[in-house]
Structure formats: C-alpha cells, structure tokens
Ligand binder design. Structure first.
Ligand SMILES: *Cc1c(COP(=O)(O)O)cnc(C)c1O
Length: 386
C-alpha cells in the first residue's frame, strides 16, 4: 500500500487525484474516510495526534487543503465555508485605514463585502480598470495593502496580465490577490506568475457539480498563511467534512472537465460570433477578443465562461434567457450542466448604482459538458423563439 507519493514532479492530473489522498493506513481504504467528528481523544492533556477540535482542524479538510496547495503550486492551502468566507477571512487580516485596489468588474459579492460590510470597519477601496497598468498605479495609495484581481473577469471576460500586476504590487510593497475561480488551477496558476495569494469559490469549477458551497485559499507566503490560518480558526467560517469530501471528489476530474468546458465554449462562442442577432461576444478563446493574445500566454485553455450582447436590448435578453431548455436559468457557474443568466438583473444586480457598468442586453453562459450539438441547437431554438 503506498504510504507516500513518488518523489518526482507529478503531472497536474496525477496530483489532482493523489495529492493529500493516500489510502487509509489503518484499513487500506483507497478513498480516505470522511472524518465526521467534532473532537479528538487525547492520550494525556495536550498529547494529541495533531487534531484537537474540528473548527481548528479536521483530517478531511487537511487533505483538501494539501490537494489545492499542490494544484496551485503553493505551499499552504486553507478551506472555508464558502468563497465569500475565504475572501472575508483574508480581508479581516487588514486593519482600519488599510486600502485595497479592486478590479472594476470584480465579483459582485466581493464588491458588496468591501462596500457595505468592511467599509464600516475602516477598510477602504478604489476600483480600477486592471487591464490598464497606469490605472492601477494611479489607484494605489500609501495605505494600499492589496491589489485584488480576477481573470478572466466576471461577466466581461477581460483577461488581466497577472505578471504585470505582480510587478506593480512588488514595486509598491503590496500583495497581489488573484481570485482564480473562473479559470481554476488547471487553466491558470497565478502564483507561478508572481501573485501572492489565490482564492477560489470551490462552489464553481473545483466542486464542479453544483452540489456544494466551499471556498479555498492558497499562498506560499508563510506570514500570510499564519495570519489567515489564525483567522480561519478565530473567525470560524470553516467547511464541514462532507463538503470537503465533495469538493475533493470533484477535483479528481477537474482536468477532463475543464477540457470539455473549454471545447464546448469555443464552439458556442464561434457560433454566437457569426449569429446576426448577436452584437458582441466576450470570450478569450476568440481571436477577435482583446484578451486573446494574453490568454494564449497565461492560460492553458480559454475556459467555459462566456458572455454576449443580444440585439433588441433588455427585452430580448430577458426573453432569451427564459427560452433555453438545456441552459438552465440560474446564478452560479462551473458545474457540468449548462447555465444561462442575465447579469444586470441577477448576479450583478448588487452593483446597480455602482461605477461598474453591466449592460441590460448582456447574457452570460456557463457552458457545461453536455453534447455540443445539443447546446448549439438549444441556443438556436431560443433565438427562433424570441
Ligand atoms: C461565486 C464567486 C465567489 C463567491 O463564492 P461563494 O462560494 O459563492 O461564496 C467569489 N468570486 C467569484 C469569481 C465567484 O464566481
């Protein structure tokens, strides 16, 4: 029975299945058991096998944390009850007066957290177009502690240059955080491009089956890890062992899923680009997309997310999203099943009145791994129905 992995560099697919996932030494179970326990027996006061209480640490969670650290190429992984719990726990390492520079089409929940919740604790932020290094430089102040980037961005699929942002962060003595939810570590590993911290909503591609909510964070910076691990226990927004198990199971097929998501999205993007009812497609796998050259360098594949604007404005957009039958009208993304949504009225409604401009004619697709022909026909039927 293997008790450790071969001592050489292992491929991504191998690590996604085996990192942190050795057979159980006591029974030989190939899949390690799920540790449904809140507390751990001690031999004597303080003499433990490394675990005391499951908010502080749980073996199922530890295995997932080791796995994601390996996939992102970092030294430390931490798991949380949701993506927002990971983001909140990280941002709670900031102090009153600290400042964050945030991408101007950042995930709505991250914007809301800073705008509505953390503002009351004295943490300030500035939005910047992160595709423009000058705009990022201009937004940085003496108090800036973090640059916060997502790439590709949501829902406009802008591709940001992680290396360029990391260089700006270094020059100003701040840290670059990348929310890698949209790409997943199979497509892009921000730490390899100089980012200091990676966060994930594992609810999306890592879990991959739309059946669990969980968040992850990876860093190779010991200080950051220590502070966030302290907060993980102190704040207590940790995931349960069953949720960790579900995400771990999802991760084992991440590579094959991402290849299928990307291939299907590419076909759909090309179909939409040629469609007379479509004004514009936002997808970094199209040669016509402004993010294409950078995506070629920074990402293994363009991913499964795309947006497009439909001719006929808000009315046409709202009609279209209720007409598809394989694409389910729902928030969220990254599952094996295809989803469609109207960002202006759904995922990005909390941005109404903010400087982040999401047009009412915009439609976002999370392209699943169903048969591509069925997905294309579903879209064609919807165009014909509206
Ligand atoms: C969904 C999402 C989050 C929040 O994650 P939850 O698991 O829903 O809390 C953060 N960032 C991005 C880019 C997301 O898509």
């Amino acid at each position: 029975m293997p008790t450790n992995l071969p001592d050489r560099d292992l491929g991504f697919e191998t690590r996604s299945i085996h990192a942190g996932q050795l057979p159980d030494p006591t029974t030989g179970a190939v899949i390690p058991p799920v540790y449904l326990t809140s507390t751990y027996a001690q031999e004597q006061v303080g003499l433990t096998k490394g675990f005391e209480y499951s908010r502080t640490g749980n073996p199922t969670r530890t295995m997932l944390e080791e796995n994601i650290a390996s996939l992102e190429g970092g030294t430390h992984g931490l798991a949380f009850a949701s993506g927002m719990a990971a983001i909140t726990t990280l941002l709670l390492t900031l102090k009153p007066g600290d400042h964050v520079v945030l991408g101007d089409d950042v995930y709505g929940g991250t914007y809301r957290l800073l705008d509505r919740t953390l503002r009351g604790y004295g943490i300030t932020f500035t939005l910047a177009d992160m595709t423009q290094p000058d705009a990022v430089e201009a937004a940085i102040t003496q108090a800036t502690k973090m640059l916060w980037a997502e790439t590709p961005t949501n829902p406009l699929m802008k591709v940001l240059d992680i290396r360029a942002l990391a260089d700006i962060a270094e020059a100003h003595g701040t840290r670059l955080v990348v929310d890698n939810t949209f790409a997943s570590p199979y497509l892009q590993r921000p730490l390899e491009h100089g980012a200091h911290i990676v966060v994930h909503s594992a609810t999306k591609y890592l879990g991959g089956h739309s059946d669990v909510v969980l968040g992850l964070l990876v860093t190779s910076d010991d200080d950051v890890h220590q502070q966030v691990a302290f907060n993980q226990n102190s704040v207590g927004a940790v995931p349960g062992p069953l949720d960790c198990f579900l995400v771990q199971r999802g991760i084992k097929t991440l590579a094959v899923r991402m290849r299928e998501h990307s291939a299907n999205a590419q076909k759909i993007a090309e179909y939409l680009e040629a469609h007379p009812a479509v004004a514009r497609v936002y997808f970094p796998g199209l040669a016509s997309d402004p993010g294409y050259p950078l995506a070629q360098r920074q990402m293994r594949l363009p991913g499964g997310m795309l947006s497009f604007t439909i001719r006929g404005g808000e009315e046409a957009a709202r009609a279209f999203v209720s007409c598809t039958r394989l694409f389910t009208l729902a928030e969220s993304l990254g599952g094996v099943e295809s989803l469609i949504e109207h960002p202006g009225a759904m995922t990005h409604a909390s941005l109404a009145g903010s400087p982040i401009e999401i047009g009412p004619d915009l439609i976002r697709l999370s392209v699943g791994i169903e048969s591509a022909d069925d997905l294309l026909q579903d879209l064609e039927d919807a165009f014909n129905a509206i």
